[in-house]
Design a protein around this ligand. Structure first.
Ligand code: CA2
Length: 156
């Protein structure tokens, strides 16, 4: 049996969270972030999850506090979080504390390769409390984030 089919428990509940300005995807800066909208990316993620024991919740907020609240609410209700914290990656101790306090395994993702960009994008406040990071694969970072979440949930 494939590692992605052998989850014996309930459906895996995976929460995708997207931070500030990601609602603008597909409308500006296509050279860096591509031409897909966030709705296109959500469709791709749901397509990858289809037919598997995976329940996807996909959200975006421009507000740090709202993201903090959603991370807090994930405790006991979600099996993993896949988080593109956008600019808050590089600024937010609040998100880091929320991830740490929630205890929910979290995968950090980025569309662009943050390490190949400006120096201020090289540091992530959340990396140390995440299980790992996927950066630089466009929509593929979301799909890899989904697979990473499944691997973490299954304990593979
Ligand atoms: O590469 C990523 O996914 C980022 O998380 C995107 C953030 C950036 O601050 C991080 O360093 C890397 C920015 C998201 C803003 O998205 C826009 C989309 C279209 C137009 C303008 C911004």
């Amino acid at each position: 049996m494939g590692w992605f089919q052998d989850f014996d428990g309930e459906r895996m509940k995976i929460l995708f969270l997207n931070g500030p300005n990601l609602n603008l995807l597909g409308t500006r800066e296509p050279g860096i972030y591509g031409t897909l909208t966030l709705a296109d990316i959500e469709r791709a993620v749901r397509g990858r999850a289809e037919g598997r024991k995976i329940e996807v919740d996909f959200r975006q907020s421009n507000h740090e506090g709202e993201l903090v609240t959603w991370i807090q609410e994930a405790r006991g209700t979600r099996d993993a979080i896949v988080l593109n914290a956008a600019a808050y990656t590089h600024t937010s101790v609040a998100l880091r504390d929320a991830i740490s306090a929630s205890g929910v395994p979290t995968i950090e993702i980025h569309l662009s390769n943050v390490h190949a960009r400006e120096a201020f994008r090289h540091h992530s406040h959340i990396a140390a409390v995440c299980r790992g990071q996927v950066s630089g694969f466009g929509v593929g970072s979301y799909l890899l984030g989904l697979e990473a979440a499944v691997i973490v949930i299954e304990g593979a």
